[in-house]
Design a protein. Structure first.
Length: 447
């Protein structure tokens, strides 16, 4: 074990990263940039070839930095899992989705751990980073790795360290987000903390893998519940004809005891819509019911329907039905300035509108094409979309490159789910909450 620690501290350790997605690739580049000899492992050859060609497919990873690491020989990628045996430390960053039943799907973790177990060597440090329920590391991963007789914290090292990266966030990146580390024993915690402290400015050791797993789920449940609360407040404000955005802006002037969360079209991404259900599933195994998580999931899950209701209002003002109307989405990625479509609420909104007979199109500079159910769509340039004069625009994602002025000046009714048009005041803007549309002029019935 001392040898592993020495190799980590002198940056001579060979580091393997399994799963080169939004989490794994930035981490691999950070280790390589610090001088470690890094090998990235993935099952997707398109990803490994792009990395080996010095190309970045993750917006947060600067291509110049990645290419420099590849040229310097500190970073390479492979699909050959037999090379895992040559690593001193291995970070597992594979997906942890939900099954349709909202139960955890650990199959990716299990497959990655099987690959590690096949060539596990004494002294190796194995760290799970994928978000998962408390108990995964010691109940699932540890027995798999110990199956051939090596003991965790004695013969090899095993820890959990949750990834907290926030894609698209320029201020907080892998390097300056504090890293929580919990090992199955003190030697494992020490080694994992030593590894991360080479590349992360602040490492926070905790007493066990379960605490580390729970920290991540508390953080994401906190977000899901608070977003659920503010989404419900937005719907409430709509019925009370109060501008929810103005309320939040004023409330956040309180210097303590309040943290702003913002309403929107619904939850998206691989974390907030999924992670809390890992926790509620685990708690249910012990007979504990997580009411906040279920309620927040219900409110957040209802937002696409609520947005569609606002679209119906907007069309109604122009005396148009949804059926046959041309509805154009501005932005389909789940959040601003990213290309991530996972769990994006825009997909639900498209589905709900299409089911009612709407003809859908979209613009998104980050998503050139998308497939939702039976719909295959290609993005339109903004100018082309406005030129076609859709009956309504749904502003789903507030990408910073969008030309809001041109959109507002088009006069086309816009349902703004993000308050991106806060600087504008125009009759064609329908806010997510706050302005109940004035009643249209009465229809005169002829006798
Ligand atoms: N995306 C985020 O913002 C974020 C933030 C914090 C934590 N996380 C967590 O990190 C984990 C990874 O998320 P992500 O967003 O990077 O996922 P991702 O889908 O972007 O990347 C996962 C990668 O793992 C690869 N993979 C799957 N099975 C594999 C296997 N058996 N062996 C090797 N590679 C395999 C996939 O091909 C893919 O490239 C998840 O548990 C997620 O909850 C994600």
């Amino acid at each position: 074990m001392k040898l592993t620690l020495d190799r980590i501290r002198s940056r001579k350790a060979r580091v393997g990263v399994i799963g080169l997605g939004y989490v794994g690739l930035p981490l691999a580049v950070e280790f390589a940039h610090a001088g470690f000899d890094v090998t990235g492992f993935d099952v997707d050859t398109a990803k490994t070839s792009q990395i080996n060609a010095g190309k970045s497919y993750i917006p947060d990873v600067a291509e110049a930095q990645l290419a420099a690491c590849v040229r310097a020989g500190t970073l390479k990628a492979t699909i050959d899992m037999t090379e895992l045996g040559a690593m001193d430390a291995i970070d597992i960053c594979v997906p942890t989705p939900l099954r349709k039943t909202k139960d955890p799907d650990l199959s990716y973790v299990v497959r990655a751990v099987e690959a590690v177990a096949a060539s596990l060597k004494p002294g190796q440090l194995i760290i799970l980073e994928s978000t998962t329920y408390p108990g995964t590391t010691d109940e699932v991963v540890q027995p798999m790795l110990e199956a051939k007789g090596l003991r965790a914290d004695v013969d090899f090292l095993l820890a959990f360290s949750p990834e907290r990266v926030d894609p698209g966030n320029r201020q907080f990146t892998t390097k300056n987000i504090p890293k929580i580390v919990g090992g199955v024993g003190p030697a494992s915690t020490e080694a994992a903390a030593a590894l991360y402290s080479q590349v992360v400015s602040d490492v926070v050791p905790v007493s066990s893998t379960r605490v580390a797993e729970m920290v991540k789920l508390l953080e994401n449940t906190f977000r899901a519940v608070n977003i659920g609360l503010v989404n419900e407040i937005a719907q409430m404000c709509h019925t009370l004809d109060i501008d929810v955005w103005e309320v939040i802006e004023a409330a956040k002037t309180k210097p303590f005891g309040f943290m702003p969360f913002y309403p929107g079209p619904g939850l998206g991404g691989h974390c907030i819509p999924i992670d809390p259900f890992y926790l509620s599933w685990k708690a249910r195994q012990s007979g504990f019911e997580c009411r906040f998580i279920e309620l927040a999931g219900h409110v957040n899950g209802s937002m696409p329907e609520y947005v569609v209701a606002r679209v119906v209002d907007a069309l109604n003002d122009s005396r148009k039905p949804v059926n046959g109307s041309r509805i154009h989405l501005y932005g389909v990625a789940y959040k601003r300035d990213v290309n991530d479509m996972r769990e994006s609420p825009a997909l639900d909104i498209i589905e709900l509108l299409a089911r009612r007979g709407a003809i859908i199109s979209y613009s998104d500079p980050y998503v050139p094409a998308l497939k939702e159910g039976t719909h295959s769509l290609e993005a339109l340039a903004e100018a082309e979309a406005l030129h076609r004069r859709p009956d309504c625009v749904v502003l789903c994602t507030d990408h910073s490159s969008f030309d809001w002025k041109a959109l507002v000046n088009s006069g086309i009714p816009i349902v703004d789910t993000r308050n991106a048009l806060r600087a504008f005041s125009a009759p064609n803007i329908v806010r997510l909450s706050g302005r109940v549309a004035p009643a249209p002029a009465p229809v005169v019935l002829s006798s």
